[in-house]
Design a protein around this ligand. Structure first.
Ligand SMILES: Nc1ncnc2c1ncn2[C@@H]1O[C@H](COP(=O)(O)OP(=O)(O)O)[C@@H](O)[C@H]1O
Ligand SMILES: N[C@@H](CCC(=O)OP(=O)(O)O)C(=O)O
Length: 369
């Protein structure tokens, strides 16, 4: 049966760790594998990192730049090289590809979000393999995906993919970073989000020399994807042929089972497409009301408000320790909320001097994260 498959490959798999030069055999095998998947009738999207790494190698830089302007310049050099290599390899196998460079702002505005969706739909309908990356050269700090693990999960969620593969330089997820904890236990299956919390996985530092987020971003990517009903697998990038084996049922890598009832597309956009502009800290009663009883959020349960935002902004809903529980679109600005937090809904007209809605966030605009 035809499947939609999103494959994300990290810099650590695309380049040789010792020299930073391209790992040509890996890229060639990945190309062949993705073409095979296409020929079997699947829709395939490749999310490829490497612009900064390849740009560094091209310019003889031995470290990933920290200064933003330099990183953006280096990415502009590397992205072109990367696409050239992909296009040469895919063209050898008669497979058309397309470059899709995204920034977070492309997903924040609903009309642009839908536009991106339509473009992917057309490309996949044409049998093209879109090669996606963050548009590093123009992305501004506040509106960045920051890492391609998150980007790939958002793309998989957008196109409602069946599979998301996160290819990296370890064969699977472990209970702790196997580089520093040699007896860390391999994890083969995560059946639901609750289990993920119970596993208490340690993710150590920032990952390999050239990678960006380490395992932290892969786990949060898996959360986003499984909430959208996408089965997610973390596996080793050095052996791209394993993708076909996994699709045939071999138990390789770490599998995250998709949520049985995926969150709706609009709620996914609220939770992960939008960039939260502030935080509301909730008392225990409000947390139970929104998370267990499926209720809307009322002003009475808000203990504190953080950030400056207008009505209809996306905010994070947290417990008093700052742990995020949900996100939603507010019916009041931060200025109004600071006045009415902790107060009963019937007091709102008197405090504000005008009549407005009872709910601070209506349950239709509220999504548990
Ligand atoms: N719990 C863990 N299980 C597996 N790997 C981990 C874990 N915690 C941290 N890591 C590290 O994450 C690295 C992969 O992340 P990263 O370097 O960002 O890769 P990529 O470039 O593929 O995105 C691994 O090399 C590994 O050292
Ligand atoms: N957009 C950046 C990659 C960011 C990123 O997430 O890198 P990685 O951790 O190697 O997947 C680039 O192309 O260099």
């Amino acid at each position: 049966m035809t499947k939609t498959i999103v494959v994300k490959i990290g810099t650590s798999s695309l380049t040789q760790p010792e020299t930073g030069q391209l790992a040509l055999s890996t890229i060639a095998t990945l190309t062949e594998t993705l073409c095979n998947l296409r020929q079997q009738g699947n829709r395939v999207i490749l999310v490829s990192s490497g612009a900064v790494g390849v740009g560094c190698a091209r310019l003889g830089l031995t470290e990933r730049p920290k200064a933003i302007a330099l990183k953006q310049a280096v990415a502009a050099v590397g992205q072109g090289r990367l696409m050239r290599i992909y296009d040469d390899l895919f063209t050898t196998l008669q497979q058309p590809i397309a470059q899709v460079l995204l920034t977070r702002s492309d997903l924040v505005q609903r009309s642009r979000y839908l536009n991106v969706y339509n473009t992917f739909k057309e490309l996949l309908g044409l049998g093209v393999i879109p090669v996606v990356n963050e548009n590093d050269t123009v992305a501004v700090e506040e509106l960045k995906f920051g890492d391609n693990d998150t980007l790939s999960a958002l793309v998989a969620s957008l196109v409602e993919a069946d599979w998301l593969f996160l290819l990296t330089d370890v064969d699977r997820l472990y209970s702790a970073d196997p580089r520093s904890v040699p007896d860390a236990k391999p994890i083969s299956l995560v059946s639901n989000i609750k289990e993920l919390a119970q596993l208490q996985i340690q993710t150590g530092g920032q990952g390999s020399q050239w990678g960006t987020g380490g395992m932290v971003t892969k786990i949060s990517a898996a959360r986003i994807a499984i909430a959208a009903g996408v089965r997610t697998v973390i596996t080793q990038g050095r052996f791209p042929r394993n993708l076909e084996k996994i699709l045939q049922g071999e138990p390789l890598g770490t599998h995250f089972e998709p949520q049985p009832e995926p969150t709706s597309a609009r709620k996914r956009w609220i939770a992960y497409g939008l960039v939260p502009a502030g935080k509301l800290y909730l008392d225990q009663g409000a947390i139970i009301a929104i998370s267990q009883a499926g209720k809307s959020l009322l002003a009475a349960g808000i203990k504190a408000v953080e950030g400056e935002f207008d009505t209809q902004a996306a905010v994070q809903l947290c417990d008093t320790n700052g742990n995020e529980i949900a996100r939603g679109l507010v019916n009041y600005s931060s200025g109004e909320l600071k006045k009415i937090c902790g107060r009963h809904s019937r007091e709102i007209p008197e405090i504000l001097g005008y009549v407005s809605v009872d709910t601070v966030i209506h349950r239709d605009n509220l999504v548990l994260t």
